[in-house]
Structures are given as structure tokens and as C-alpha cells.
Design a protein. Structure first.
Length: 263
């Protein structure tokens, strides 16, 4: 019996060794555990899941976009045919393209819902002002991501919708003509425009969005989830000051004005 118990302990240690190795050198396991099992207000509801739903929609866009990039050809003479090939010939290509196409609208709608929830619940107040600013920066980037991807099928609808969009940007004061010239890559929409939109859609904007989402999640973990406005702990209400633990970092955030260093 004892030998069997020892073998079980040895197998358990062997299975946990990679996690222990990673945790000892990075602290990543502890950070993930804290993120998944951190405390949230007991009166939180389904409204608080809008942020997670928006993140899930973005991850779906990211995954389906990578799959589509394997087969898409950003060339004026091949773009439309490559999209038709994805839709009609690739196994489940119609599903992946449909998820990416309609998922863009879902992503934008969820962003508006999430921001409306944050505003109506007063979750933008101290100490979460920076997180609100980061979220407000994510909204125009998401809209630009949808606009830059609209041209990629390179059909009549995509072409003329892009013409209208670029012309609207061109009417902006001072920088308008420069922005329109930059987006077109010349005097008219053509191969250079498609190449630029593809680069913006696949590289520039996703990188910026991922960076801001990472900062957004860090601030959510560091500052915690705000209570609903009907809660006695809602933001902006008077409450007793609770002494904060000294020490910085993800797991033990430092209170505002506390350096965490001994005098």
C-alpha cells in the first residue's frame, strides 16, 4: 500500500514538474491563478460579462482572420477569386469567412454595449479613469479595423464603399487630404490601396489592439471589478477607508500614493 502511494506521489510530482519549473522562473502560473480566482463583488451580474464577451469576439476575429490569411491573395487581380475560392472550395471556408464577416459587427456592437455599461454603472470613476481612456482608445481602433477589412474582398460593394469612406476622411480639416492620399497610395484606389489596407488590417491595427487589450486587462486585475450602482459599495459613495497592503505588482497592488518602499 505504501509503495503504491509513493508511486502515485512520484507520478504527481513528475506531472507537476513543468508547471513548477515555469512558476519558479516566471511566476506566470501564480499570476494566471490569481486572474482566474480573484475576488469580485458578490452583487455582480450578467452585465459584467460584456467585457469578456467583447474579448471573446475579438479572439474569434483573430483566429478566423489568421485562417483566411492562409488563402487570401492581396492582389487586385486575385483578391476576389481568392475569396470565392475560400467560400466555395475550402473545407468549411464558408463558415470561417461568415464568422469573420459577421463577427466584425458583433465585436463592434459588444464594444458599444460594454462601454455603455461602464458609463451607466459609473465604473469609469476613480481609480479606473485610465482604464476608461484605454477602452475609449480601443473603440476607434475597432472601427478602423472593420473599415480596413471592408475593401479586402475587392468586389463592387467593397470598392465603392471604400471610395465613400476615403472621401469622407478627405474632407477633414488640415489633415484630411493627407489621410486620403495616404490611404489611397496614389490618386486613385488600386493595387497600392489594397496592399495598404491589407497591411493595416492584418498587422498595424491588430498589434495596437492587442497591446491596449493587454493593458486594459492588467488594469482590470489590478484595480478590481466595480460594483453595480445600486450596491452599497458602488463607486462614488462614502465608505470607510480600508488599509491597503504595501507592495506593488499584479497580485498585491499598491494603493494610490503609497510607494511600497520603507522610509
Amino acid at each position: 500500500m505504501a509503495a503504491k502511494q509513493n508511486r502515485k506521489e512520484q507520478m504527481l510530482r513528475a506531472a507537476l514538474y513543468p508547471l513548477d519549473w515555469l512558476e519558479e522562473r516566471s511566476g506566470l502560473v501564480g499570476g494566471i491563478r490569481y486572474f482566474l480566482f480573484r475576488k469580485v463583488p458578490g452583487d455582480s451580474g450578467w452585465w459584467h460579462t460584456l467585457g469578456s464577451a467583447t474579448l471573446t469576439a475579438f479572439l474569434v476575429q483573430l483566429g478566423t482572420g489568421v485562417i483566411l490569411a492562409f488563402y487570401y491573395k492581396p492582389d487586385p487581380n486575385s483578391a476576389y477569386e481568392s475569396v470565392q475560392h475560400i467560400t466555395n472550395d475550402i473545407t468549411l471556408g464558408w463558415l470561417v469567412r461568415g464568422m469573420h464577416r459577421w463577427g466584425a459587427s458583433v465585436f463592434i456592437i459588444l464594444m458599444f454595449f460594454h462601454m455603455a455599461r461602464v458609463f451607466l454603472f459609473g465604473a469609469y470613476k476613480y481609480p479606473r479613469e485610465l482604464n476608461w481612456i484605454v477602452g475609449a482608445m480601443l473603440l476607434p481602433l475597432g472601427l478602423l479595423e472593420g473599415f480596413s477589412g471592408y475593401l479586402l474582398p475587392y468586389d463592387q460593394t467593397a470598392y465603392w464603399a471604400t471610395v465613400v469612406g476615403i472621401n469622407i476622411n478627405g474632407t477633414a480639416p488640415f489633415l484630411g487630404p493627407f489621410i486620403a492620399q495616404f490611404l489611397r497610395g496614389g490618386a486613385e484606389i488600386g493595387g497600392e490601396t489594397l496592399s495598404r489596407f491589407y497591411s493595416i488590417h492584418m498587422l498595424l491595427l491588430p498589434g495596437a489592439i492587442l497591446g491596449l487589450i493587454g493593458l486594459h486587462l492588467y488594469l482590470v486585475v489590478r484595480l478590481g471589478v466595480s460594483s453595480p450602482p445600486w450596491s452599497k459599495d458602488a463607486a462614488g459613495r462614502e465608505r470607510d477607508e480600508v488599509e491597503q497592503p504595501v507592495g506593488g505588482g499584479l497580485v498585491r497592488p499598491t494603493a494610490r500614493g503609497v510607494s511600497g518602499r520603507p522610509d
